[in-house]
Design a protein around this ligand. Sequence first.
Ligand SMILES: Cc1cc2nc3c(=O)[nH]c(=O)nc-3n(C[C@H](O)[C@H](O)[C@H](O)COP(=O)(O)OP(=O)(O)OC[C@H]3O[C@@H](n4cnc5c(N)ncnc54)[C@H](O)[C@@H]3O)c2cc1C
Length: 420
Amino acid sequence: MPLNILIIGVGIGGPIMALILQRSNPDHYITVIERSPSLRASGAQIDIRAQGIPLLRKLGLLDAVKARAVSEGGVELVDKNDKQRAVFGVNNSGEGPQSFTSEYEIMRGDLVEVLYQASLEQNAKARGKGGVKYEFGRMVAEMAQDETGVDVTFADEEKARYDLVIGADGQSSRTRKQVFGKEISDAAFKSLGVSCAFYSIPRHPTDKSDLSKYYHAPEGRTIITRPSKPTITGVYLMTIEETDELKASLKQPVEKQKEVWAKLFAGAGWQTDRLLDGMMRCDDFYATMLGQVKLEHISKGRVALLGDAGYVPSAITGMGTTSAIVGAYVLAGELARHKEDPHAALKAYDEVMRPFVAEAQKLMPGVPGLMFPKTQFGISIMHLVAGVLSWMKPDRFVSRFLPENKGGWTPPEYPELKLD
Ligand SMILES: Cc1cc2nc3c(=O)[nH]c(=O)nc-3n(C[C@H](O)[C@H](O)[C@H](O)COP(=O)(O)OP(=O)(O)OC[C@H]3O[C@@H](n4cnc5c(N)ncnc54)[C@H](O)[C@@H]3O)c2cc1C
């Protein structure tokens, strides 16, 4: 049965969901809406790991991702004089577990474009009764569901009825609130007590290295620079000291947010002044609180949550993008398997995803606390331990704690999707 489906959010999960759904049944009518007036092809580096890599290969998208991958040679810890204290490499052999740096690191904007373009190209070639249409600058004001469908009222007061609604609208998902209520939705977000700001600056002559640099400053502040593109350095500011001013700023205009972050990192040493100066001039600043969404169920009736909206594992795990890819594959797979019964499909999606989500959200021991020493003494201890580990068997040590080795959840096979 072809379905009339609404997907909310054109980030990572939205376009990949549209792509798999259409490939499995070109008769589906799929509408994908995005709150922003145009594609939000921005953001810093994201990585594809574990189950996400073979799934992208199955979808025929891995080469396109690899072609736009960021060339990062690993991670180094530096002190205030820029002296290297520890270094961990990258496994780019195409086999075995990834290191801290994934072989498939890519700028978020590039991945959004790859997935969106792949979906448009497939739509242009598809020969079904249905199709995929993208609508920007569109939001849902209200939705109400019954046994047979979901009535949606858009912010412009237009109304439509869908067989199924998929909320792929990110960590602060409005769909989650609309379906489960504000109280359950808010309680589901478990803060990790870490705030993070991402932005990019023009590459400086001193940013020659292809390594990510991690610099720790007292008071739980960390600055990371990454060789995002040949002309661009990606900068991450992270802090475990969540002040009220910082929390409140996340809802304020970007210029105000930048002021608060500049105040928090002032005097942190190393290259902070130059990096803060770059922040004031950048046009892609994005700040968020790191946390995990833990819901008892990720679907209700005919509405399902996908990716960050339903189960964000936090950037610290490196599994956010992979979770959205896995979620889209499983949801499309269950819809294809239970094609006469969307209720059963969404229930199965909920059940199949549970062990994967638990695995993806598992944090390394001591994370995030140990990542943010509060004193110079704590930083020195961290450098010492990391230095010894990196000198011993870094790859074996690192890979023990990475998502690839957490438990080995394997995605089900869905021949009904006709992907091979
Ligand atoms: C601008 C931006 C920058 C990011 N930068 C980073 C980064 O640097 N590093 C990192 O690890 N992760 C980043 N993320 C998060 C990362 O993309 C996700 O963790 C992950 O890839 C899972 O993707 P997703 O599709 O579930 O959510 P997202 O990628 O967050 O996509 C959600 C999409 O839904 C849209 N949306 C939100 N609310 C509504 C609504 N009510 N109606 C319609 N559309 C809506 C958003 O504009 C966005 O396009 C960023 C996300 C965004 C939106």
